[in-house]
Design a binder for this molecule. Structure first.
Ligand SMILES: *[C@@H]1O[C@H](CO)[C@@H](O)[C@H](O)[C@H]1NC(C)=O
Ligand SMILES: *[C@@H]1O[C@H](CO)[C@@H](O)[C@H](O)[C@H]1NC(C)=O
Ligand SMILES: *[C@@H]1O[C@H](CO)[C@@H](O)[C@H](O)[C@H]1NC(C)=O
Length: 450
């Protein structure tokens, strides 16, 4: 009835000191992970059967920078793809003698397991200009392979724009390349005029491209481009840009400069957003050499109209859950808790399961966008109240989570301080009551998903 999923067994940050993270779920059932390492000197790959297990998987160095010449400096943002039966890595690199002569390069591997056998250099992806170019990603649509990347146009003031072109093979684009986004809004032009780090997601009859904008400190934020999946993707007019960032620094959850994302799916088929962020704002020195952009993972949600809802970067720790009934998700509305069929501010419905305030063998449910406030019973109702530090509060905000009274794959919440009293749905509100009938058991049973 109301599925509980343990996809939520993600603990953030997922992988420390890995920026520009890329996760790819292959047909062999493995999640493959690669990212920029703080030394910018090598490409490593690791794999695991779940996203969380990537954290402990041993990375294998599959390629190292050259001592000089091309590909000898600033090895950035590798992505691993499987195209027509072979593995490819796209990455960006500079030169020891010209650190910011960044260009896009491709590696190929014919092995079934990309952690084995050596990678063959296929050379630079030649674009329209011999200029700063990086962050290539590739996707297939209606039989055509495309490359999307960031590049400096010598005739445009600013740093990088986003381009798309069709490909004749995985390392060759077909001209013309067309520009689909340039930094135009204030949030794309903070310190640097940057659009970069594109990632593609095909859903709901549309092609979505996320990208990252501005300097790589706390200004860094993600934007969204959208095209209909039956439009000409090489026509800039097919692409529309969201005027506001879809994902940005959130001081409440302590996440700064989220971006350079990729997309994958959980074992249950839910969309997962992979990105990096720091958990502090102020950086000493050049952000490029601050190593603490950590890889993070969280659920990507969908609005009723089929557009993605990125929510906010969730706090460090276990991934928050959302608690559902047949008629919607519970969310806070001021101090009240209501059941809402259409939660537009996702964070209002996200709670982190933490050790119980009164007993660490039990649980408490802390709001992610009102940290320090917990689901609590008082006067027979359920509220979101701020922890006042009292024993009374701790007792009333501590719950024993049981298998669902009406469905053991779901959950029920018994009050820690009032045995046999459970959280129950009552219309679009929640109450605390004892259980006697099957209807009570049904109304005290909730879905818990992440
Ligand atoms: C953090 O996210 C919440 C959404 O629940 C929002 O109200 C708040 O303005 C955000 N804070 C920042 C600094 O963006
Ligand atoms: C969901 O809520 C949003 C924001 O309040 C609103 O714009 C939208 O029309 C609602 N959609 C549905 C299906 O109720
Ligand atoms: C159980 O939930 C249903 C659906 O919200 C509601 O109509 C009914 O009044 C609830 N029953 C009790 C005893 O709260």
């Amino acid at each position: 009835q109301m599925p509980s999923s343990n996809d939520g067994q993600i603990v953030n940050p997922l992988i420390e000191q890995r920026a520009d993270p890329w996760v790819y779920l292959h047909t062999d059932g493995y999640y493959y992970f690669t990212a920029s390492v703080p030394e910018y000197d090598r490409i490593e790959i690791r794999r695991a059967m779940t996203i969380q297990e990537l954290a402990a998987a041993v990375p294998v160095v599959v390629w190292e920078k050259h001592p000089e010449g091309i590909m000898s400096k600033h090895i950035w943002a590798p992505e691993i793809h499987h195209i027509d039966g072979k593995w490819y890595i796209y990455f960006a690199a500079g030169r020891e003698d010209e650190a910011f002569a960044i260009r896009i390069y491709v590696l190929e591997n014919e092995a079934e397991n990309p952690l084995e056998q050596s990678w063959v250099e296929k050379g630079e992806v030649k674009t329209r200009w011999d200029s700063f170019a990086l962050d290539a990603t590739s996707f297939e649509h209606q039989g055509v392979r495309y490359l999307v990347w960031a590049q400096h146009d010598p005739d445009i003031l600013g740093n990088t724009n986003l381009y798309i072109a069709a490909m004749s093979d995985p390392w060759t684009i077909i001209q013309p390349q067309v520009m689909i986004s340039t930094p135009e809004f204030e949030w794309e032009r903070r310190r640097f005029l940057v659009n970069e780090g594109a990632a593609v997601l095909k859903r709901n009859g549309r092609i979505y491209i996320t990208y990252s904008a501005s300097a790589t400190n706390h200004y860094y934020a993600m934007g969204l481009l959208t095209a209909a999946d039956d439009s000409n993707l090489l026509d800039p007019a097919s692409w529309s840009k969201s005027p506001d960032p879809v994902f940005a620094t959130n001081e409440t959850t302590g996440q700064y400069g989220p971006g350079h994302n990729s997309f994958t799916v959980s074992p249950d088929g839910d969309d997962i957003l992979i990105y990096h962020a720091r958990n502090y704002r102020d950086i000493a020195g050049d952000p490029l050499y601050d190593p603490n952009r950590h890889t993070r993972a969280q659920r990507l949600y969908w609005n009723p109209d089929g557009t993605p809802n990125f929510g906010i970067p969730v706090p460090d720790g276990v991934h928050p859950v959302r608690i559902s009934t047949e008629t919607g998700f519970i969310r806070h509305d001021g101090d009240s808790i209501v059941i809402d069929a259409n939660v537009s501010d996702i964070a209002d419905s996200q709670f982190q399961i933490v050790p119980g305030l009164a007993d660490s063998d039990a649980i408490s449910l802390e709001s992610i966008n009102r940290p320090g406030s917990f689901l609590r019973h008082r006067d027979g109702g359920i509220w979101l109240d701020e922890n006042d530090g009292s024993d009374e509060f701790a007792n009333e905000a501590t719950w024993i989570e049981h298998p669902g009274l009406a469905d053991s794959t779901a959950v029920s919440f018994e009050a820690y301080s009032l045995a046999d009293q459970y959280i129950k749905q009552h219309g679009n509100l929640l109450i605390l009551e004892s259980i006697s009938t099957n209807a009570d058991r049904a109304n005290a049973t909730f879905g818990e998903e992440f």
